[in-house]
Design a protein around this ligand. Sequence first.
Ligand SMILES: O=C(O)CCC(=O)C(=O)O
Ligand SMILES: [Fe+2]
Length: 251
Amino acid sequence: MIEEMACDLEAARITSLPADSFYISDFVSEDEEAWLLQKVASAPQPRWTKLSHRRLQTWPSPLTKSNTLLGSPLPTWLVSPVIEPRLRKLGIFNDAPHGAPNHVLVNEYHPGQGIMPHEDGAAYYPLVATVSLGAPIVLDVYTKTSRDERDDEKTSRDTDHTRKPQYRILQERRSLLITRADLYTDYLHGIAETTRDDDLSADTICNWDLLREKKLYHAGWYERETRTSLTYRDVLKVAKMGNSLKFLGGR
Ligand SMILES: O=C(O)CCC(=O)C(=O)O
Ligand SMILES: [Fe+2]
């Protein structure tokens, strides 16, 4: 499936969004989705960081305080088939410093959970590839305000309830969403804490034309179910193994 699409990233461009974003509705198969979800579920319990509105796994490890990745490889289940061969064939990480993702955040949202508007910040090359599993979810994109600029890289807690997204992206299960460049650096993104996503239509969802299962959304809404995301990034600063000992040892 993806192998043919690889050559044709342009066909996947979300043209109504600022540069750049791409949406591929059929990126992993149903079997791969089930297998990936089983891998996430079988990670040892301490792998999970429990946050108030979602839970999170960080692979291969959390970054240090100075945003450095201690250079251990990703587990193979996060590499194959997503990075190798699919993301490689798309070529999207070619210009990133390490030529491939070296870090994955796994997010799990139950109905009613979400993530406040935020930006992913300077620890990463400005490119995120997100694989969605289990259920659809809407990602909201917000224009940065001058206040957000001042609070650089912090969540804008005070405004998130009143604030309206400028764009909405529907991420179907088994899809890939790529956001990079201006869309990464000049906008915030978040997921509403709701039990249903509504007001869904060609007018309100910017990737409507690229959806695989439009008919599921014809009523204009769906009930949230548990949705898991694998967010692939390239951490800019990577410590060599020898130096890692220094990081792990004294402060
Ligand atoms: O789950 C998602 O699609 C978004 C997650 C996110 O924004 C993040 O982990 O920084
Ligand atoms: Fe994010």
